[in-house]
Design a protein around this ligand. Structure first.
Ligand SMILES: [Zn+2]
Ligand SMILES: [Zn+2]
Length: 153
């Protein structure tokens, strides 16, 4: 079994305030990819946090109202994951921390980035395939992303 990211707040003693989401809520084919990106960041000396995996429609709507997400988000289907830096959360730039530079490279290497230029965000399929993905019955979505993720290995 591929090792997944730590799941509980107890794994992040330095940032007790941040929420930690469960990678097991992601589509099965996407989970080991997130694990790969996560552990590569750890090897590089960062402490990543799995901040957001699966979103409910109500959570997606709230993000739209805050201007930080899409109501059609791939997070609604477990096909997107947001990782943040536990040391600086979203303000790595101010601290000259390269967390998000590495994360972007790793998402591009092993998965895909989204349409919003949202730096914590990685997704299991290219933006050009989002409409095709959403049109599928839920039971077929994992097989679909598996094909797109296999192109990246
Ligand atoms: Zn940082
Ligand atoms: Zn996201």
């Amino acid at each position: 079994m591929t090792q997944l990211a730590p799941r509980t707040k107890a794994d992040y003693p330095y940032v007790p305030k941040v929420r930690v989401d469960d990678p097991a809520l992601l589509l099965p084919s996407f989970q080991p990819v997130v694990g790969k990106v996560f552990w590569r960041l750890v090897e590089l000396g960062f402490v990543p946090v799995v901040f957001d995996t699966l979103r409910t429609p109500a959570e997606a709507l709230k993000n739209v109202q805050k201007g930080t997400g899409s109501k059609n988000s791939l997070h609604l289907h477990g096909a997107a994951c947001d990782l943040v830096c536990s040391d600086h959360l979203w303000s790595c730039r101010e601290h000259k921390c390269k967390f998000y530079d590495h994360l972007r490279e790793l998402w591009l290497e092993h998965a895909y980035i989204g349409p919003l230029g949202d730096y914590p965000h990685g997704q299991a399929l290219p933006v050009s395939q989002q409409a095709n993905f959403r049109a599928l019955p839920p039971a077929q979505r994992d097989a679909f992303v598996k094909v797109w993720l296999a192109k990246k290995r």
